[in-house]
Structures are given as structure tokens and as C-alpha cells.
Design a protein around this ligand. Structure first.
Ligand SMILES: NC(=O)c1ccc[n+]([C@@H]2O[C@H](COP(=O)([O-])OP(=O)(O)OC[C@H]3O[C@@H](n4cnc5c(N)ncnc54)[C@H](OP(=O)(O)O)[C@@H]3O)[C@@H](O)[C@H]2O)c1
Length: 343
């Protein structure tokens, strides 16, 4: 830590622009070419969506609902496993299904106490709710065994909502480094992938299932001090989008969720650490969960990115060239969008 005007400044905010960091001519020209190619591909995707996909989506709007049912879904009771159901977005997903008839909800997360507290808060529900402890930091073999045991006891699982995730904002005073990054990789990637792939294998054998995986807009673009969190979420965004294509022929539908700023424990902690994002930007987790359920149940949506304005902005930022991307990551860090901490 250095002291500027008597105020402690974290290491990460003390960079100085040096002549060495000015891009070379060859690198700048390459970046200009990247921008030109981005404009062309962006126009092509715009025209394709406007002329081909928009008319198709209008035809879909008049197709009778029973023709839009997923293959092999007839007569199946819902068994919905929600990993990360104890609070935040996961708890809101639980509430979305709580009053569905003929439905079993398996609420899972690290701590059985916080799960039970959340379920008691719900009161009486039409759906049957079961609580299961599932710690994503456990050995992958153990996670797989736990998921299979849950499926055997309460299943067959028809829906998986994989919501759990952590950031370094949750704990006060933990400096970013190998340990913090390792824990985030364990929960946000390794544990998450272990439970998704175990459930996917079970669903594949049965030829039916719906999987909804929570990544983040932070995995598209973000401040440099979101380094480890954003990297884990970029992995999940890509993994989930690719699994959607691989799983479709097996009757398993995968939906990726990329939340923007949602008002939960995670972002409350981020705001407590001096994030400069205005309070009004934080949307309700219930709104997020409602869009997630709608996409999972009605199909035809690959990526649920919400709130829409934030999603549109973050997707647009993906088309900037590497020089501007680096500059943007630095500026947004300096603006303390995700607070003063490195996560
Ligand atoms: N909030 C946002 O603005 C935002 C934006 C983009 C993406 N996301 C993503 O949305 C997801 C949910 O976040 P949230 O905002 O709802 O956070 P949250 O309120 O902090 O909830 C996190 C959930 O993850 C569970 N969890 C944490 N560590 C776990 C572990 N080792 N094993 C199993 N479960 C564990 C927690 O369970 P316990 O209560 O048992 O610890 C809790 O249910 C995360 O993947 C997050 O990255 C959130």
C-alpha cells in the first residue's frame, strides 16, 4: 500500500501511463483491421437476424403451445434441482417453482442451515421442497456421488438450475492472490462443472432434461480488478453456450444466464466496498428468476441476459479491439465500478 494525500491507495490503482505502453504502429494497424472486421460481422449478423430470424420468431408466436413442448416431456412431473437455492438469485428461482403443482424442488447449497432458514421463510407451498447439502468445494468425485444420490432419492431430475457462485467481495479483508483465485475456480468452475456434467449424463441417458447455468456479463467485459471472478464467469459463459449445442440432439436443453447487476448478498458486499455503480442499476433477483424460468420452460432462448439495457451494452463492448478493451478495463477499474477490491 502507498500513501497518497494521507490516504492508503491499493497497489492496483497506482499504475502510471508510460511511453513504453503506447501501442506500436503494427499493433495499432492490426487493431484497426480488427475494428473493420467487427463492423462487417456486426452488420451481417444484424441483417441475418432482421431478415431470417425475426420472421421465424413471428411464425413461432402463432404455433400452438402443445407443438412447442420439448421432446419426451409429456406426462413428466417436474423435479427441479437448484444449486445455490439458499439466497439471492437461486432462492428467487425456488420461489418461481414453489407454487407449481406436481413439482418436487430440491434446494441445494453449501450450508443446510441457510437452506432450511430460506425454506421456512417460504411457508406452505404447493410444490414439495427437499433440502440437500452440496458443497461445490468438495472433491469432484464426491460432488458427482452426491448429485447421483439426490437423483436416486428424489429424482429423476428433470431441471437443473446451477446458480451457486462466489466472489472475493463476500469476505472482508481477504487479499486477492492464489488462494482466493483457487477458491473461486473451485466453486465457480470445477464444482459447478462437476454437478452440471453429472446431471447432464443422467439426463442424456433418459433423453430429456433442462439445464440452466448462471454465468455473468462480467465474463463478457469488466474492470481489470475483477480478474479472477470475471475469468471464471467467462469460462462458464462459453462452456454453457457450447453445451447447449452439444446437448440438443440428446433431448437436453441448456440455457445460459448472464445477469447484470442484481441486488443480492454478493452485490451488497461489493457496494459495501465502495463500488461506484448507482443503486438504481441493481435489479431485483425476482425479475431475473422470472426470466430464467420463462426461458427454460418456453424454449427458444439461448442466453438470458438481464437487465436488457446492461446486457446490450456489455455485448456491444465485446466488439471493441484489444487496445480499446485494455483501456476500457483500466478506466472501469479506476472508476471503481466493482469497488476497490481485487476479486
Ligand atoms: N448478483 C449479481 O449481480 C450477479 C451478477 C452476475 C452473475 N451473478 C451470479 O449469480 C449467481 C448467484 O449469485 P447471487 O448474487 O445470488 O449470490 P449470493 O446471494 O451470494 O448467493 C450465492 C449462492 O451460492 C451458494 N454457494 C456459495 N458457495 C458455495 C459452495 N461452496 N457450494 C455450494 N453452494 C455455494 C450460496 O450458498 P450458501 O448460502 O449455503 O453459502 C448461495 O446460495 C452466482 O453464480 C453469481 O456469480 C450474480
Amino acid at each position: 500500500m502507498a500513501k497518497e494525500n494521507g490516504v492508503k491507495t491499493p497497489e492496483v490503482f497506482r499504475t502510471k501511463l508510460m511511453p513504453r505502453q503506447i501501442p506500436t504502429v503494427a499493433y495499432t494497424v492490426q487493431n484497426i483491421l480488427i475494428s473493420i472486421a467487427s463492423i462487417i460481422s456486426s452488420i451481417a449478423s444484424f441483417l441475418f437476424t432482421l431478415w431470417i430470424i425475426l420472421p421465424l420468431s413471428m411464425i413461432r408466436a402463432v404455433i400452438p403451445a402443445n407443438m412447442l413442448q420439448s421432446i419426451n416431456s409429456e406426462g413428466k412431473n417436474k423435479v427441479v434441482l437448484i444449486v445455490g437455492a439458499s439466497r439471492g438469485i437461486g432462492f428467487s428461482v425456488l420461489k418461481q417453482y414453489a407454487d407449481d403443482p406436481d413439482t418436487v424442488i430440491i434446494a441445494a447449497s453449501r450450508s443446510i442451515e441457510s437452506l432450511r432458514k430460506a425454506v421456512i421463510e417460504l411457508g406452505d407451498t404447493l410444490a414439495i421442497i427437499q433440502c440437500a447439502e452440496l458443497d461445490l468445494t468438495a472433491q469432484k468425485k464426491q460432488i458427482a456421488e452426491n448429485v447421483r444420490a439426490i437423483d436416486k432419492s428424489y429424482g429423476p431430475i428433470t431441471h437443473l438450475y446451477e446458480v451457486s457462485g462466489i466472489s472475493n467481495h463476500l469476505k472482508e479483508g481477504t487479499p486477492w492472490g492464489l488462494n482466493v483465485t483457487d477458491e473461486m475456480i473451485n466453486v465457480n468452475i470445477s464444482g459447478t462443472v462437476a454437478s452440471i456434467l453429472t446431471t447432464y449424463e443422467l439426463m442424456k441417458e433418459r433423453g430429456y432434461g433442462k439445464i440452466c447455468i448462471v454465468g455473468s456479463v462480467a465474463g463478457l467485459y469488466g474492470p481489470a480488478n475483477m480478474i479472477s471472478y470475471a475469468s471464471t464467469k467467462a469460462f462458464i459463459n462459453t462452456f454453457s453456450a457450447s453445451l447447449r449445442i452439444l446437448a440438443a440432439p440428446c433431448g437436453v436443453e441448456v440455457v445460459t444466464v448472464q445477469p447484470g447487476f442484481i441486488d443480492t448478498r454478493m452485490t451488497k458486499k461489493m457496494r459495501g466496498q465502495d463500488s461506484t455503480v448507482p443503486n438504481k442499476e441493481f435489479a431485483s433477483p425476482h425479475g431475473m428468476a422470472a426470466y430464467m424460468k420463462q426461458a427454460v420452460e418456453q424454449g427458444g432462448v439461448g442466453v438470458v441476459s438481464w437487465p436488457v439495457r446492461q446486457s446490450v451494452m456489455m455485448h456491444a463492448l465485446q466488439s471493441v479491439n484489444p487496445i480499446c478493451e485494455e483501456l476500457g478495463q483500466w478506466i472501469s477499474m479506476k472508476m471503481m465500478l466493482s469497488g476497490k477490491k481485487i476479486t
